[in-house]
Each structure stands twice: as structure tokens, then as C-alpha cells.
Write a protein that binds this ligand. Structure first.
Ligand code: ATP
Ligand code: MG
Length: 393
């Protein structure tokens, strides 16, 4: 038998004029992520249905729990629209929940097909009575149930237990494409995850300063990109050789300006690549005041090197919260590996805290980095990271 899932959506339903576009995007995201497995994705008003052969159930759940735009999903019974079939499935759902220790329950019914012989209220009441009869250890609890037996009477009848949470948000691609500045740290993978949930499809850019930064540092970024890819769909990671640019900055710039100039150069390079790949924005893991380069004044200066909007989803999030998110998405354990990224190696002891736009722009232009930056971007190396669908049972 196939594993059959009912999929709930949320924010997409609020879209008025262009809802269909969002719905089609989510459907194609699900199809793309399940590519390579036999599967079916169906769309009915307000619900998606996904089915895969039983041995691929874990892979389907991996996909459903990580695809932005999915609010929740549940393994469901799809049955004919008759009371007997519905009661039968409801008892199966209850048996499973009771087997997992559930005792307090409620039944909930929705009926978009008003011709069904029982109303929602009667249907729920009758299911409640039958569950109580079949499982005397259970008890109805409308306020804090341990499990809910859900019934939806629509084009067919669907019966399911507690849904698993989805990521919510908007389908990837509905916000266009962003270029994520991905370092080996804790913040930027979380920033990528957050923007994928807002509907940005992502490519990533990583600046390395070989031999000042190691191959291990780069491998680590590839692993982080894989984590982001599990939410955003596959990801293209561009690695940029930045040694020449950074050495030039280190040599020519006043010591306290090295960090902020390097950031500005990264923005300029990222802006160039973004133009090449058709990205509409840059995404960083910056958070206000976290380090010297992340004061409002310094952000103003560094972002002035690109005309694209710089999206910083962590700007108002404190480090503890970011770490908690990194743990949840599975990037933290990779980020805390010890290999340093390029900025640490070149960091001055006392970096400038408050850039003045005009003064620092003049200093930046004197460094004459344009050519080195353009060359670095041309020499970008592309690592295509496919969607990391886990192997099936
Ligand atoms: P993270 O933990 O994500 O590295 P951080 O706290 O180390 O952040 P910074 O090193 O100041 O902060 O970097 C700020 C942001 O600049 C990063 O979140 C990332 O978006 C970008 N960035 C920094 N270094 C690199 C790099 N080598 N390649 C690409 N992007 C980078
Ligand atoms: Mg960093």
C-alpha cells in the first residue's frame, strides 16, 4: 500500500490575486524534491495530497517537514464517502494513537461536502462514542487532547491523527532568488534557512583566502550549504578566491579599517555575482552590534558597495536564539568545528566601530580593488549541491 499524506498550507491561502502562482510553486517544489522516487502530488482547494510507496515514507516525511509553504502534514486514510468507511478508518487512527500511549482525545470533523449524511457535529460525536467503546482506556478531552481523530469530508473522505508540523512560510522561489553570503560561522546558514522560508530560492557565495584558510574550512562550508539545501531545495555554491583582494587590503589599508574594507569588498563581489546569476538580493547573517563590523554605521558603509537590498534576517535576533535555531536545523554541530574562515585570519585588533560613509568610501576607492574583485568573481568555482534526499528503507 502507498503511504498517503494530507498536507496543510497556511500563508498561501491568504494570497488573493496570485494564489494560483503560489500553489503551483509549492507543487513544483514538492515534485522536484521527490524527484527520483515514484510519487504523486495532487492539489485540491486548500489541501495537497502526496503519496509514495511505503518504503519511501521516511523520505516523503523528510521532504514534507522541510519544504517552506507546508504548514503541517499527516499520514491519512483516504476512504469512500460513507459513514461506515469513515468510522472504520477513525478506529484505525485511534488504535495507532492508543498504541503509542495516547489516552485523552477528541474527534474533529470538517465537511465541505454538505451532502454527506451526517453533519460535522454528529460525525464527531459518533466517532467519539465509537472510540470510547472500542478503547475503554480512553477519555474525551476537548481542551488538551493527546490525540485528535480528524475527519475531512471533501471530494473523498480523509481520516488522520495528529499532524506533524511543517516549516510554514512561503514556497521557495515565490520571492525570486537571493545570494547568500555563507561563511563557516553559526549565523549565515540560519539566515539562509530563514530566507528560504520567506520564499527566496538561494544560491550561496563563499570567500576563501587559500592558503591562509584551509581546505577543511571550505569543506565545512560545503557541509553547511548541504544543510541549507535541505530546506531551500538544491543549492549552487560559488567559491571565490579572495586571497589577492584580502592581501591588497591588508597591505594598503589602515589596520583598523581592514575588516570593514574586506566586508565592503565582499559586498561588491557578491553584488557582481548576483547580477550574473539573476539574484534580486544578498542575504547575510549579520546581527546588529554582534561584532565591530555590524554597527549600523558599518552596515551602511559595507552595503553601499552594492545597489541590491541586503537582507539580514538575524539583525534583531540574539546569539542564543540563533544558536538554538542552528541546533534545530542541524547546522550548529558543523559550524562549531574549529576551522577559521578568512576574516578571522585578517582581523585587526581594534577594528573601526563607526564608519563615516564619505570618508570610508574615499579610503576604499583609494585601495583600487575593482580589478582584483572582478577577477575573483570570474574565477568563481561552482559546486552544485543536489537536494539531499535521504536514502529510503
Ligand atoms: P557567521 O557566524 O555566519 O560567520 P559571524 O558572526 O562570524 O557570522 P561575521 O564573520 O562578521 O559574523 O560575518 C558576517 C556575515 O558576513 C556572515 O554572516 C556572512 O553572511 C558574511 N561572511 C563573512 N565571512 C564570509 C565569507 N568568508 N564568505 C561569505 N560570506 C561571509
Ligand atoms: Mg564569520
Amino acid at each position: 500500500m502507498d503511504a498517503f499524506y494530507l498536507v496543510k498550507i497556511g500563508e498561501i491561502l491568504l494570497k488573493l490575486g496570485n494564489r494560483k502562482e503560489f500553489e503551483d510553486r509549492l507543487r513544483s517544489q514538492l515534485n522536484r524534491r521527490l524527484e527520483g522516487l515514484p510519487h504523486k502530488v495532487e492539489l485540491y482547494p486548500g489541501r495537497y495530497f502526496v503519496s509514495v510507496p511505503e518504503e519511501h515514507a521516511a523520505a516523503a516525511e523528510f521532504v514534507l517537514s522541510r519544504t517552506p509553504g507546508v504548514n503541517g502534514f499527516a499520514r491519512a486514510f483516504k476512504v469512500e464517502k460513507s459513514v461506515d468507511a469513515v468510522f472504520d478508518a477513525a478506529l484505525k487512527v485511534a488504535a495507532q494513537a492508543v498504541g503509542q500511549g495516547g489516552r485523552r482525545f477528541k474527534a474533529e470533523s470538517r465537511r465541505s461536502d454538505k451532502s454527506f449524511e451526517l453533519g460535522s457535529f454528529e460525525l464527531s460525536a459518533e466517532i467519539g462514542a465509537r472510540v470510547l467503546e472500542a478503547f475503554p482506556e480512553t477519555k474525551v478531552d476537548l481542551h488538551q487532547p493527546e490525540f485528535t481523530v480528524n475527519v475531512e469530508i471533501r471530494e473523498r473522505a480523509y481520516v488522520y491523527g495528529n499532524p506533524s508540523p511543517g516549516l510554514r512560510g512561503l514556497p521557495v522561489g515565490s520571492g525570486g532568488k537571493g545570494l547568500l553570503l555563507l561563511s563557516g560561522g553559526i549565523d549565515s546558514p540560519v539566515a539562509g534557512y530563514m530566507m528560504a522560508r520567506r520564499g527566496l530560492s538561494l544560491e550561496a557565495i563563499y570567500f576563501h583566502a587559500y592558503p591562509y584558510t584551509s581546505q577543511e574550512a571550505k569543506d565545512k562550508v560545503v557541509e553547511l550549504a548541504r544543510v541549507v539545501a535541505s530546506f531551500s531545495g538544491g543549492i549552487k555554491l560559488w567559491t571565490i578566491p579572495f586571497t589577492e583582494t584580502q592581501l591588497k587590503i591588508k597591505k594598503e589599508a589602515r589596520d583598523d579599517l581592514v575588516t570593514v574594507m574586506t566586508r565592503a569588498a565582499m559586498m561588491e563581489a557578491a553584488g557582481l555575482l548576483a547580477e550574473r546569476i539573476g539574484a534580486n538580493s544578498l542575504v547575510t547573517g549579520e546581527s546588529l552590534g554582534q561584532v565591530a563590523s555590524q554597527t549600523a554605521e558599518n552596515l551602511r558603509f559595507t552595503q553601499s558597495r552594492t545597489s541590491l537590498p541586503v537582507l539580514r534576517p538575524l539583525i534583531g535576533i540574539d546569539k542564543e536564539e540563533t544558536i538554538a535555531m542552528a541546533k534545530k536545523i542541524g547546522s550548529c554541530e558543523i559550524s562549531i568545528l574549529p576551522y577559521e574562515d578568512c576574516c578571522v585570519v585578517f582581523s585587526p585588533e581594534h577594528p573601526l566601530l563607526r564608519a563615516k560613509l564619505e570618508r570610508e568610501t574615499e579610503a576604499y576607492e583609494k585601495l583600487g580593488l575593482r580589478e582584483a574583485i572582478a577577477k575573483a568573481v570570474t574565477e568563481a568555482e561552482l559546486i552544485a549541491i543536489p537536494y539531499p534526499l535521504p536514502p529510503s528503507d
